[in-house]
Design a protein around this ligand. Structure first.
Ligand code: F6R
Length: 261
């Protein structure tokens, strides 16, 4: 795993946006996997800026969401889709119909996981997947204890995650849906390149466990250690508990010119 330590969340967003730009420019049919939440916002702001100022185009891109809330009304079973539209896709030239997410409608839960897996494989899999990390170490909404081989399915959120995400639902944890449909850890590991972005001191502990701790279902993000191409982009506060930060900085500073993240 490559670990990139940046001076600010903005700089973290730029490093990730560079990798996405390289994919979009270099592929005729790029497939991008996106996360919601606060962590990727600097990436999305930077991509919008590059689209508006430099013409970075999403015209042939397909986007897949990591996860979706389950619910019975607008604003609940499509909250993550609405989030990505608001924070990114409404501001770039992604074609209509090119944004896909798991189906969180209660009536479709029996088939939602298998349908999404099929959609992903029909698209040829994800080239580059953006991930955040939960304070309990989750990726996607794979809470601690999730099978490291899991596929897209229904999950129940922990109280910790519902508290963390109350800010996206008007501030009340009770208003955060209890259930989600999420790509499994096995599904996430199928993407060809994974970029984990984490910023702020509150992410220092899960980041250290994920990057330097043992691989365990109790820290779902530790499964990233099993993937051959992962880039963890963390700002200094989020990196503060990493024991090998001197090495990570040294390796990044002396990266061969021809080698990109
Ligand atoms: C969101 C997702 C989650 C978040 C994680 C961190 O689609 O999959 O794993 O990435 O909960 O959220 P933030 O970035 O808001 O701290």
């Amino acid at each position: 795993m490559e670990v990139v330590i940046t001076a600010s969340p903005h700089a973290a967003g730029q490093v990730a946006a560079d990798a996405i730009q390289r994919l979009l420019v270099g592929s005729t049919t790029p497939v991008l996997g996106l996360a919601t939440g606060s962590s990727p916002l600097p990436i999305y702001r930077e991509l919008i800026r590059r689209h508006q100022e430099r013409g970075l185009s999403f015209a042939t891109t397909t986007v897949f969401l990591l996860d979706e809330y389950v619910g019975s009304g607008p604003g609940r079973f499509d909250a993550n889709r609405a989030f990505i539209q608001r924070e990114l896709t409404a501001h770039v030239d992604l074609p209509r119909g090119a944004l896909h997410g798991p189906d969180g409608a209660i009536s479709n839960l029996d088939t939602a996981g298998a349908t999404y897996e099929l959609l992903l494989s029909d698209a040829g899999g994800i080239d580059l997947q953006i991930l955040g990390i939960g304070s309990d170490g989750h990726i996607g909404f794979n809470e601690p204890g999730s099978s490291l081989a899991s596929r897209t399915r229904l999950k129940t959120l922990t109280t910790e995650t519902r508290n963390d995400n109350a800010r996206f639902f008007g501030g009340q944890a009770e208003d955060v849906p209890r259930h989600v449909v999420t790509q499994g850890i096995g599904t996430v590991l199928d993407a060809r390149h994974l970029i984990l972005i984490a910023t702020g001191e509150h992410k220092a502990e899960p980041v250290a466990k994920a990057i330097e701790g043992p691989v365990t279902a109790m820290v779902p993000a530790s499964a990233l250690q099993l993937h051959p191409h992962v880039t963890a982009i963390v700002d200094e506060p989020a990196a503060s508990l990493l024991r090998r930060s001197t090495y990570y900085r040294d390796a990044f500073d002396h990266k061969p010119e021809w080698q990109h993240i």
